[in-house]
Design a protein around this ligand. Structure first.
Ligand code: HEM
Length: 399
């Protein structure tokens, strides 16, 4: 029996898992874990990569470790998605949407959409003195922003949040995922048809008029972009913001420092992305027999790259399990690396920064509600707090 096979892997619940202790044990005892399961039903067998350097090597070697596995397990829910493409096809599609996410382009969204969106949700609760921030603010805010960027009416953003969640969890809960995917296509079809006739300068208009190798994109490909971009922009960032607020609420000294000195917000964001990232793993499939850290990986195996585990690797981060606002190293790979590195990372950072500053300004003396359960960051593939019960000084002036 190989080392990878001998590691006793404890199965964990998708929603409530606390996997970091098991990943730590794996990094120390058996950095590439083999389990009998297939990755969402795809691949011959599954290998999980837990160390930072190995994770980086896999993600940078797109020839040996193909992203096509993402197409296989997500196509039913998202259609033809960029995350499942390789090589020149991936580069062409990525270059279509990449300009919209450059940091220089994002400034216009900051004033027009990002700031007003978070402010609207804060104003709704500011006079109350107490709130549940996941339900009232964090879950609603990033989806509104990505709806505006894509060109979907923002008054429907709560509906998109629900669809985004169901589509993302499609491989685990297929019935709800398929229903949400169909509902989103039905909603988008007339919008796409309209933009074909009258472009309005948003991303949908760009996509319907874009050409790759002289050919316009099929509806299936346009749906694929939108059904991936909306969840990618919504599901990830709302949890990341929840994780940042959890870090501050559970570490009152850090809360005090950040509230008094906002130049610490970028350090806070990077440390939260390292300590508790919202997407813990990304998927690949081995295209040929290969090896990772001495472990043989047969062609056709699913490879789960545990970026969250890599971000706790003791070779790169001291006291890696602890949240530390003063940590010097920023070499986390929460946004991945290599050709599929997150296109939305500048947007995510901007939304987190604007969101945290607005929350600290609008909800002064933010603290945990002692009469409600404390926040717990949980989950296997996606991690975030289910609820954030807080107290703050009510804004009497605005009542
Ligand atoms: C804190 C928030 C976020 C985290 C932790 C995150 C994480 C990631 C990771 C790890 C990948 C790499 C996937 C892989 O290698 O297979 C990725 C890809 C991607 N992300 Fe994000 N993301 C976040 C926010 C966003 C936002 C706001 C958007 C905007 C729409 C976005 C759009 C994308 C896209 C389009 C890709 C695919 C890029 C490609 O396949 O070339 N992400 N993200």
């Amino acid at each position: 029996m190989t080392k990878a096979e001998s590691f006793v892997y404890e199965e964990m619940d998708f929603v409530t898992a606390q996997p970091y202790a098991q990943w730590k044990r794996a990094r120390e005892e058996c950095p590439v874990i083999r389990s009998d399961g297939r990755l969402f039903g795809v691949g011959e067998s599954l290998y999980q990569v837990t160390r930072h350097d190995d994770a980086e090597s896999v993600l940078r070697d797109a020839e040996t470790f193909s992203s096509s596995i993402n197409l296989e397990h997500m196509k039913r829910f998202m259609g033809e998605l960029i995350l499942g493409m390789d090589g020149p096809e991936h580069r062409s599609y990525r270059s279509l949407v990449a300009p919209a996410f450059r940091s220089s382009q994002l400034e216009k969204w900051e004033d027009n959409v990002i700031r007003p969106s978070i402010q609207m949700y804060i104003d709704e609760i500011a006079t109350r003195g107490k709130a549940e921030l996941v339900r009232d603010v964090t879950m609603r805010y990033p989806v509104r922003v990505i709806c505006a960027i894509v060109g979907v009416p923002i008054e429907d953003s709560d509906q998109f949040q629900e669809w985004a969640q169901q589509i993302t969890q499609g491989p685990i809960f297929p019935e709800a995922g398929l229903a949400a995917s169909k509902a989103m296509s039905d909603y988008l079809a007339p919008l796409i048809a309209q933009r074909r006739i009258t472009p309005t300068g948003d991303m949908i208009s760009d996509l319907v008029h874009a050409e790759i190798d002289g050919e316009q994109l099929t509806d299936e490909r346009i749906y694929g972009f939108l059904k991936f971009l909306l969840p990618a922009g919504a599901e990830t960032t709302f949890r990341a913001l929840g994780n940042a607020l959890t870090a501050l609420l559970l570490h009152p000294e850090a809360m005090q420092r950040v509230a008094n000195d906002r130049s610490l917000v970028p350090d806070l964001i990077e440390e939260v992305l390292r300590w508790e990232t919202s997407i813990t793993q990304v998927s690949r499939i081995a295209t040929s027999d290969t090896e990772i850290d001495g472990c043989l990986i047969p062609a056709g195996s699913g490879v789960a790259v545990l970026v969250a585990s890599a971000n706790h690797d003791a070779d790169h981060f001291d006291d890696a399990e602890d949240f530390n606002l003063d940590r010097a190293s920023r070499r986390h790979i929460a946004f991945g690396t290599g050709p599929h590195m997150c296109l939305g990372m500048h947007l995510a950072r901007m939304e987190m920064s604007v969101g945290l500053n607005a929350i600290l300004d609008g909800l002064p003396n933010l603290r945990l509600d002692p009469d409600a359960p404390p926040p717990v960051i949980e989950g296997l593939a996606f991690r975030g707090p289910v609820s954030l019960h807080v107290l703050f000084e009510p804004a009497t002036g605005r009542a």
